[in-house]
Design a protein around this ligand. Sequence first.
Ligand code: CA
Length: 236
Amino acid sequence: MNKFSILIIEDEKNICDFISKTLTSHGYRVNCATTGKEALSLASSLCPDIFLLDLGLPDMDGMEVIYQIRRWSGRPIIVVSARTQETDKVRALDAGADDYLTKPFGTSELMARIRASLRHSNRLNNDHGLPLHPYRAKELKIDFFKRTITIKGEPVHLTPIEYKIVAFLAQNSGKVMTYSAVMNNVWGPYAESDNKILRVNMANIRRKLETNPAEPVYIFTEVGVGYRMADDEDNL
Ligand code: CA
């Protein structure tokens, strides 16, 4: 059986052992690195399918590990860190990390993030970035070929910009997308750094998609970081 392999980069042995046991019991192949240097060497010898990275390493900043891995690998990097500052999350995500988990976290949360990241990277590898299957969560369905959005089978009318935002989040469902990632995807590299236009669009999107925009069930806000779209239920 071709198991997915995961490289855990973490200097605290008890955390490393715990994550390692959990992942092994879920059918993943696991290796551990306790320093940045060891991580970079294992990364190129093992070519893992996914990286779990602690930012606080003894010999180098985890951010440096992200930059180094991103020079040659597009495999998912999930940052696992005790740093709770929004700026740290944004920096890591914008440097090329795919997702961010704050310690302490639950096993089911970790497994869900790993599945979401693998799904996303497999999509990119298999489908040249075009998801073959429609997105579905609860009553919401998005057909990326027809570019239609329905709720309970009824069409939802979005502006082209609103559609682009929702489609981008849905294609990355389960993962947090930073404000600047969404801005760049929708408005291009010369987007204004101010994300007011994005927040205005999101308010309109939520009015159209959510029964109660104040308690969204489809698109969640990660305060100060960005948005996360509910998991695609057909791909869990
Ligand atoms: Ca650490």
